[in-house]
Design a protein around this ligand. Structure first.
Ligand code: MN
Length: 498
């Protein structure tokens, strides 16, 4: 999955003319070595581009405005090598509209005890200069990330890499267009929301079409295109007949192939990157889109069930942020279904009626055809699997009436060792932090939905930074959560986000 852009990050070192030309030459040399070091680390998902040292109001303002105008620039990394009077930064920062990282580092790792003198102190004073710069960014109320540590440290590289992905999420959020096929499920509250406010806050374009419009695209798919895709399914996935007639099974699978091709043509032609369906509104379709939606999610499209456009956009956003992660384990739409409440074994069985992304599958993925009580259509084909063990995050974006709230819960997917031979859907089994009872209590107090956007490949910090950049409330549920403090946090946030 690509976003169509080759993003880069600019590196802008701050200084001033007070210490003379010789000092500025050293500053430029150091910055060059540091940027080369960052790029050579192999840890950063995007290239860092060195910009000339910023020394005054005019050069700072021009650099930030050039960054705004450069389509490939996804953010600016700033660092003060020497002191840099921060009033010089006001106009540039005021006009800057992209993600900002304040990299609080310095060229030397160790104090050179034997040779240190005042020249060295004046040239290498980021402990001093970065505080002046940090003050003005805070005073101006500008959202930015601060990362502290030596530029050669692998842990620091990891944090910059992580922030870069958040920055891509901030940049790409406003390119997400959600296709609503029909409306939200009747009478459901949590999947609703203010689409105008979502457009203002996140940049999301959320449009509705009649299901019959997209069904025309499904009907128009040629039999040979369907056959080719069915062949691909049969070579890639295990066919689990469960006693069904093989020919009839294949016909049911072919219906989903037609839906996948037709839906994707519609999405591509009309430039949408996320889609919602609703089992109550299926006119013109033979089956509820199951396998077809699972395949589209695997290709990078966002999805939300029952018209849940907020979760569909979040799944797309998180897939963009996680794209290209080495050894990625997957990102999916998910739903809290059933609890296991046996003491010491607590957890939540995650699934959906059909639509779970196979990117999170552990091992082999199968195809099953089974009846579906909802939707009143023929038995839909779906991909079935269990999910990888490991830590991840579950996120829920809810509309609280006066504001959006993003809830982020650290969860751990546990190995699904006990077979569930009669369960005909994909599933995961996770335990929320800090434990099931506190995690679920906090989730419910926060108004979190039953639908989530889940990823193994992103962190709560990344999603929180994205939410902060969007100007929305973010609450975390993790090992530090206590109900007493969490309830207070919700009260304070209600005052802060009026
Ligand atoms: Mn659902």
């Amino acid at each position: 999955m690509t976003t169509g852009k080759k993003y880069k990050f600019w590196f802008a070192t701050g200084s001033q003319t007070l210490y003379g030309e010789k000092c500025l030459k050293v500053v430029a040399e150091h910055s060059k070595i540091m940027v080369e070091g960052l790029n050579k680390s192999g840890a950063l998902p995007f290239e860092v581009v060195l910009k000339p040292t910023l020394i005054d109001n005019a050069s700072i303002r021009k650099t930030f405005n050039d960054a705004n105008a450069d389509e490939e620039c996804a953010g600016v990394i700033t660092w003060m090598h020497t002191f840099s009077p921060a009033k010089s930064w006001i106009l540039g920062l005021q006009e800057f509209r992209k993600p900002l990282l304040h990299f609080h580092t310095q060229f030397n790792e160790a104090i050179p005890y034997d040779s240190i003198d005042m020249d060295f102190m004046n040239t290498n004073q980021s402990a001093h200069g970065d505080r002046e710069y940090g003050h003005i960014v805070s005073r101006m109320g500008i959202e930015r990330k601060v990362i502290v540590g030596h530029w050669s440290n692998p842990e620091v590289h990891g944090r910059i890499a992580s922030w870069m992905r958040t920055a891509i999420g901030i940049m790409e959020s406003s390119h997400i267009r959600v296709l609503r096929v029909g409306d939200n499920m009747r009478n459901v509250a949590v999947t609703e929301g203010d689409k105008v406010e979502a457009h203002i806050k996140f940049g999301w374009e959320i449009d509705a079409y009649n299901i019959t419009d997209i069904a025309e695209y499904v009907k128009a798919v040629s039999q040979s295109d369907i056959n080719t895709l069915v062949d691909e399914y049969y070579s890639k996935y295990e066919i689990i007949l469960d006693g069904r007639d093989a020919d009839d099974f294949k016909k049911k699978v072919a219906v989903q192939a037609g839906i996948e091709i037709g839906f994707e043509r519609f999405l591509v032609e009309k430039n949408y990157q996320a889609i919602v369906t609703n089992f109550e509104m299926l006119s013109g379709l033979q089956q509820l889109p199951g396998l077809a939606i699972q395949r589209l999610m695997d290709k990078g499209y966002g999805f939300g069930g029952e018209g849940d456009w907020k979760t569909a956009a979040m799944v797309r956003l998180m897939k963009i942020m996680a794209a290209g992660t080495p050894n990625a384990k997957g990102t999916s739409f998910m739903e809290d279904y059933t609890y296991h409440l046996v003491p010491g074994e607590e957890g939540i069985l995650q699934a959906h009626m059909l639509e779970v992304c196979p990117s999170i599958a552990d091992g082999k993925v199968g195809i099953k055809v089974n009846p579906l009580s909802m939707g009143q259509r023929e038995d839909p084909a779906r991909l079935v699997f269990t999910s990888k063990p490991g830590k991840g995050i579950a996120t829920s974006l809810v509309d609280m009436g006066t504001r959006f709230r993003l809830i982020v819960n650290n969860v751990e997917c546990l190995a699904q060792d006990i077979p569930m031979p009669k369960l005909p859907v994909a599933s995961a089994f996770w335990r929320p932090e800090p434990n099931l009872s506190t995690g679920a209590e906090a989730w419910i107090l926060a108004g979190g939905a039953h639908h989530t956007a889940f990823s193994y490949d992103l962190t709560a910090e990344q999603m929180g930074d994205w939410g902060a950049a969007m100007g929305i409330e973010v609450v975390y549920i993790d090992n530090d959560t206590t109900i007493r403090n969490f309830k207070n946090e919700l009260r304070w946030n209600a005052a802060s986000f009026r």
